[in-house]
Design a protein around this ligand. Structure first.
Ligand SMILES: Cc1cc2nc3c(=O)[nH]c(=O)nc-3n(C[C@H](O)[C@H](O)[C@H](O)COP(=O)(O)O)c2cc1C
Length: 323
């Protein structure tokens, strides 16, 4: 056991979370994370329709009897998505935990609360965390500048962001972005968090439903292997630093519009990367914690190792220092 306010509130064994990941967060991965005693999230918008999401929840439930949740990312997309219908699908599916990300989840909270669903809101700044707490979410997942995906525009890394957030946020908080091992988990707890959320680390596991070559690229990559897209448009995305990402950044600096860059960076091309292992086919998200990832274990092996080493760190290294 590793008991925190997070494990108590969400009824999971360990304070470790697999956050929503477009194309990656499907039943194979989320059920394996749940079976390992951590909390996994299916990615709602990976499913083409709300009906498909209900089926995916059922598929996941067929593979685990442990709690898991659904991520709903509320961001402008090239093709608009019916968020309200996805919320209804989540409620209908019987899932009791939702991870929201992107825009303020306020319009959806009354319905989710009424259905007895707990909401973890992912955000990238202290001020957004404070307003999410004020509107009544149950927990915060705080994504620092290190993270894969959308780190926001403030560029504050977690060594400052997390304790600054912990100074003012009272509800349970997860540390997210740059976490990949036991040292990260213990640091997250020391910085005032109640657990940690990981994306990139869970991509490089046996059960992640993506091509082996992508997993190997994560292992081969290091902390300098990412690139930041769309900085000039204030819609930053941290992705794997391949030739497509570099080309898109070059076009940005030449003043090209999103309509011109769009086809190069379309999500559909990223999906092909995961399916075929052609790493240069499109852009795909990955974080700086690639510098800490050296193997492709099962989720069970990964979670067990993190918990075992975290306990050793606390009981041996830290306790001896404080004696
Ligand atoms: C491939 C990939 C896809 C992601 N897609 C989403 C998404 O659709 N919605 C979301 O809220 N976060 C998404 N994220 C962010 C993760 O949930 C998590 O916040 C982030 O990966 C944490 O940083 P880390 O990769 O350093 O662990 C994605 C991350 C990765 C690696």
């Amino acid at each position: 056991m590793l008991k925190t306010r997070f494990t108590e509130m969400f009824g999971v064994q360990y304070p470790i979370v697999q956050g929503g990941m477009q194309w990656v967060g499907r039943a194979e991965l989320t059920s394996a994370v749940a079976n390992a005693g951590a909390l996994g999230f299916l990615t709602g918008l990976t499913q083409p329709t709300p009906e498909d999401l209900v089926k995916e929840v059922k598929r996941c439930r067929d593979m685990t009897d442990k709690p898991f949740g659904v991520n709903l990312t509320i961001l402008p997309t090239l093709v608009p998505r019916p968020y309200g219908e996805y919320i209804d699908a989540i409620i209908q599916s019987g899932v009791k935990i939702v991870e929201t990300a992107g825009n303020n989840p306020k319009p959806f909270l009354p319905k989710l609360k009424e259905a007895g669903i707990k909401v973890i809101h992912k955000c990238t700044s202290v001020r957004h965390g404070v307003s999410a707490e004020r509107i009544g979410v149950d927990a915060i997942s705080m994504d620092g500048f290190e993270c894969a995906g959308h780190p926001g525009e403030d560029d504050v890394p977690n060594l400052v962001l997390l304790p600054a957030a912990a100074n003012v946020i009272k509800i349970p908080m997860l540390a997210s972005g740059g976490f990949a091992d036991a040292r990260g988990l213990v640091a997250a707890l020391a910085l005032g968090c109640d657990g940690m959320n990981m994306g990139t680390r869970f991509m490089a596991t046996k059960e992640a439903p993506i091509h082996q070559k992508v997993k190997e690229a994560i292992v081969a990559g290091d902390e300098r292997s990412t690139a930041l897209l769309f900085r000039t448009m204030r819609n930053t995305a941290r992705v794997y630093g391949n030739s497509v990402a570099k080309k898109a950044i070059e076009m940005e600096h030449e003043g090209k519009t999103i309509q011109e860059i769009g086809p190069l960076v379309a999500g559909a091309r990223g999906k092909v990367v995961y399916e075929t292992g052609d790493l240069e086919h499109g852009v795909w998200s990955a974080g700086t914690c690639m510098g800490l990832i050296q193997d492709i274990p099962t989720c069970q092996e990964l979670v067990e190792r993190i918990v075992r080493e975290a306990k050793d760190l606390i009981r041996q290294r830290l306790a001896t220092m404080a004696a």
